[in-house]
Design a protein around this ligand. Structure first.
Ligand code: MN
Length: 129
């Protein structure tokens, strides 16, 4: 079964923590530090889901989510926004841009992987892998 997650995150410490927690739980992590690289990798690495930071250099996560959604075969790949934005309306904005769900930073190491898995189980295709 494919256990590959794509993490698009420009902050080294956040990426380190997410990778540590996810790999400890048996996921394979592919990482990109900017949106353009992230979209490119999304098209090539067949990820189970995409974890997307919103505050990225050059292109925001909103733009990246919209770009990912332009590619038809990524339609069923959940996009999980991971962001420190706590402003009212951000959740609606990122969901409107195409994200499946939303996790707030700082991430909670005790619940992070379970939250990610909860979004994966919403994808009925996963049960067929
Ligand atoms: Mn960032």
């Amino acid at each position: 079964m494919n256990n590959r997650l794509l993490v698009i995150e420009d902050n080294e410490q956040n990426l380190y923590l997410m990778r540590f927690l996810l790999e400890k739980s048996g996921f394979e992590v592919v990482a990109a530090e900017d949106g353009a690289t992230g979209v490119d990798l999304a098209l090539r690495c067949d990820p189970l889901a995409i974890l997307l930071d919103i505050q990225l250099p050059e292109k925001s996560g909103f733009v990246v989510a919209a770009e990912l959604k332009q590619h038809g075969h990524l339609d069923r790949v959940p996009i999980i926004a991971v962001t420190s934005h706590a402003m009212v309306g951000d959740r609606e904005m990122i969901l409107a841009a195409g994200a499946t769900g939303y996790i707030e930073k700082p991430i909670n190491p005790e619940t992070f992987v379970a939250e990610i898995k909860s979004y994966l189980s919403e994808n009925p295709e996963n049960t067929n892998d």
